[in-house]
Design a protein around this ligand. Structure first.
Ligand SMILES: [Zn+2]
Length: 419
């Protein structure tokens, strides 16, 4: 079943700069929303599918979804909980420590997290002794966070909400937005909202997967309906252009395949040093890599198409030899890859995932059952395909026994490989 017109809208202009000069990058076909996991009783029902394709703005170099799905559909049952992986929690602690040093947080400082989810990041700040406040639109997550002792306001972050928060609480010394900016349609409102909520010497820290890493490492499966934008630094410089905020520093890290952390401050705030050298060097690297060049994107699409062909040939080869293959990590990106490649439950026997609420459900589109990780040791499959490539090291480390007993891991990106 395909979506009705009302539920999907084709973009006409760039979300950041308004340019109509958008070129097609890649079309990943019609897909169910990647977090739309199914219960057994729903398997016989027809799933709704929505077009998944990205365009590139030749003016500001923002890569963005070509078709937007009504957020009500995507976030109706939003249950994403940030991975409890050591890597991510460690990262959250480091982020809290970095922010504490930068703005000299004390017990009177308020730290606000946009898209605060279950409150994991804010708990790191609570441990540092600051005041904290979460903002998140998902009712179930707001409940979880409040139970965790993280006061959380339910709502989508925009100028209106930020004014309400400012009235009820106070201005923040630090505002965070990790892995959430890509979900937001009106980015100019985010900047306005942050500015309205910031103390004059406050900072606003965004973090998200970086476009250059996505292109370079063929991470096409991070493209999905929830991620409206894929940012280069250049596109963010456009976002900053007419605002009262400015970017004063950038840091890269290897979380989620390669992310950047962007530090904003009010232009009037002279306490933070403007790191022009780093900013310029990243912009230079983007240009040198060809991130502003159409050809880079058509080459990316070709590589992804080849990756699909190569992977299917290899998987078919293994199936001909009667090998069992299971998947590790029933994340949204797994479903994008599976549905784009056209893999089904005849190729992948089952998936395992550490998130308890996913266990017992089925993957959208491909209907592969999801179990806990223990099942790998019960059924001893020949191959485990790691879909959660961002935690591949951690997964392999955790499952040395599986390898010792003769099992092999498969990684698909950036190229098909056996480990
Ligand atoms: Zn643009």
């Amino acid at each position: 079943m395909n979506s009705s017109k009302k539920e999907v809208r084709k973009i006409k202009s760039c979300r950041i700069c308004g340019s109509k000069e958008l070129i097609d990058v890649i079309n990943l076909g019609n897909q169910p929303t990647p977090n739309g996991f199914l219960k057994k009783k729903d398997l016989s029902k027809k799933e709704k599918k929505y077009p998944l394709a990205v365009s590139f703005c030749t003016n500001c170099s923002l890569m963005q979804l070509k078709y937007l799905v009504d957020p009500k559909i995507m976030f109706k049952n939003y249950l994403y909980i940030p991975s409890s992986s050591k890597t991510r929690l460690e990262h959250f602690r480091n982020l809290a420590e970095t922010v504490r040093k930068l703005v000299k947080l004390d017990q009177n400082s308020l730290v606000i997290d946009i898209g605060s989810n279950d409150g994991s990041l804010l708990l790191c700040f609570k441990n540092l002794g600051t005041k904290i406040l979460g903002i998140d639109p998902a009712e179930n997550l707001v409940k979880v966070a409040n139970l965790n002792g993280v006061e959380t306001v339910k709502g989508y972050f925009n100028l209106n909400l930020s004014k309400k928060v400012r009235q009820k609480y106070k201005r923040a010394k630090a505002i965070l937005a990790t892995n959430v900016i890509a979900h937001i349609q009106n980015l100019h409102e985010v900047i306005l909202g942050a500015e309205a909520l910031m103390e004059d010497d406050a900072i606003f820290v965004m973090q998200f997967p970086y476009l250059l890493d996505l292109i370079e490492k063929n991470l096409f499966d991070t493209i999905y309906h929830e991620h409206l934008s894929y940012f280069s630094l250049k596109s963010l410089m456009y976002l900053a252009k007419d605002s009262k905020l400015e970017i004063f520093n950038i840091e890269k890290n290897d979380l989620d395949g390669g992310s950047i952390r962007v530090y904003w401050k009010k232009k009037i705030n002279k306490k933070q040093k403007l790191n022009e050298k780093t900013i310029k060097s990243i912009l230079d690297t983007e240009e040198k890599y060809g991130l502003y060049n159409k050809k880079t994107y058509s080459n990316f699409a070709k590589r992804v198409e080849k990756l699909k062909t190569d992977t299917l040939v290899r998987l078919k080869g293994l199936k001909r030899k009667k090998k069992n293959i299971v998947g590790y990590g029933a994340a949204a990106k797994a479903n994008v890859l599976i549905n784009y490649f056209g893999i089904n439950n005849r190729t992948i026997d089952y998936m395992v995932d550490s998130t308890p609420y996913k266990q017992g459900l089925f993957t959208p589109g491909s209907h592969i059952p999801i179990y806990s990780e223990d099942r790998i040791y019960e059924t001893k499959p020949d191959y485990v395909l790691i879909f959660a490539w961002n935690f591949s090291k951690e997964i392999i480390e955790k499952n040395k026994r599986y390898q010792k007993e003769g099992g092999k891991f498969i990684l698909v990106e950036p190229n098909f490989q056996l480990i």
